[in-house]
Design a protein around this ligand. Structure first.
Ligand code: ADP
Ligand code: MG
Length: 332
């Protein structure tokens, strides 16, 4: 796998940088900038090397153009943060670039998720090189993740490199007991991870909306929360049982809030679990956009041993699956 870190001849090159700026926004205000910040080292590295940067990212799951999911606020933030002009490009027909450019949410075009070859070709034609700095979407076979790196030389970004080093270490030598905690709200994507994690973990705890969504027979080491608060948070007994399991762990993997933590009334389960992990001396790995913003809200993020930018991607990686976006970079 080629690493951006080892690549020095960048002067005057146009670099397509796929980032994951899928950040929570409320009325155009970015609520959590952790994911944007994780890409700043690569952006600065490229700009300092006098390359021009064309950022490609997505936000949310739009069905066509949706102003609520525009990346314009991210362009504004980057401009302030970097003290440089950032050009915001609203479509993929434009090719009048400056030093630092960011395209509109690539998922506004259905060709992205369809992994359309002509779409990938059109975008690839803008750049000399491609850099993946979007670990969190590297489990998706989308045009900007697997299509473009087939067409032009591709590199792993600085943060992606670090992420792979950390997570592969965990995969190679997990500390036991290993307790995995899965919550959130996407059963279609999370069920396979629950089953795979059950194979490598001593215990898997399931909360969040998933607790109502799992229908199949699960392996004996999977513990699904039983009681709840209005269907929107963990109940008292589940909190107790989960805390007890967490206190026995030497390694903890966590993805997905335990309830609708965005509402104060239903944030207790997530907060209690976060606090239990923070208090534990186990090595803790947490990942996922909403999980990170919950931890930021509780001011507990820096109590975690490692914070992965990936939610689903982290779970798949830790379950030993091959991620298409990494394979496209030649990762073994
Ligand atoms: P992450 O981004 O960390 O991977 P997900 O995106 O899978 O996490 O899920 C986060 C979302 O799940 C949060 O917005 C939260 O409100 C929601 N959620 C958690 N528990 C419930 C529940 N019981 N009912 C509805 N939504 C829930
Ligand atoms: Mg999420």
């Amino acid at each position: 796998m080629n690493l951006l870190r080892n690549f020095t001849d960048l002067k005057g090159k146009k670099v397509l940088l796929r980032t994951d700026f899928d950040v929570p926004m409320v009325e155009g205000k970015i609520e959590d900038k952790t994911r944007i910040r994780s890409a700043l080292p690569s952006i600065n590295h490229l700009l300092n090397s006098e390359a021009s940067v064309l950022i490609i990212s997505h936000n949310g799951r739009p069905k066509g153009h949706d102003n609520n999911l525009s990346l314009k606020p991210v362009a504004v933030f980057l401009q302030q943060e970097l003290g440089r002009n950032v050009k915001f490009l609203t479509d993929f027909a434009q090719s009048d670039f400056s030093d630092l450019n960011i395209f509109e949410n690539i998922r506004f075009w259905k060709e992205e998720e369809e992994n359309d070859v002509d779409f990938a070709k059109q975008i690839a034609s803008f750049g000399d090189f491609y850099v993946n700095e979007a670990f969190a979407v590297s489990h998706r076979s989308h045009a900007s993740i697997v299509g473009i790196p087939k067409l032009i030389p591709a590199f792993a970004g600085l943060h992606l490199e670090e992420e792979l080093k950390e997570l592969s270490q965990i995969l190679k030598s997990p500390k036991r007991p290993l307790v995995s905690i899965i919550g959130g709200a996407k059963i279609e994507t999370k069920l396979p991870s629950i089953l795979n994690l059950a194979k490598v973990s001593d215990k898997v705890l399931v909360g969040g909306r998933l607790m109502f969504e799992v229908k199949e027979n699960l392996p004996g080491n999977v513990l699904v929360a039983k009681d709840h608060v209005e269907g929107k948070d963990l109940g008292e007994d589940s909190i107790k049982i989960f805390r007890a399991e967490i206190s026995k762990a030497n390694m903890i993997v966590w993805n997905g809030p335990m309830g609708i933590f965005e509402e104060e009334k239903f944030s207790r389960g997530t907060r209690e679990i976060a606090q239990a992990i923070a208090n534990s001396s186990a090595y803790s790995i947490v990942g996922g956009g909403d999980s990170i913003s919950a931890l930021n809200k509780f001011e507990l993020l820096d109590k975690m041993s490692y914070v992965s930018m990936g939610g689903g991607a982290m779970l798949e990686f830790l379950a030993g699956k091959k991620l298409p976006g990494l394979e496209a970079l030649g990762y073994e």
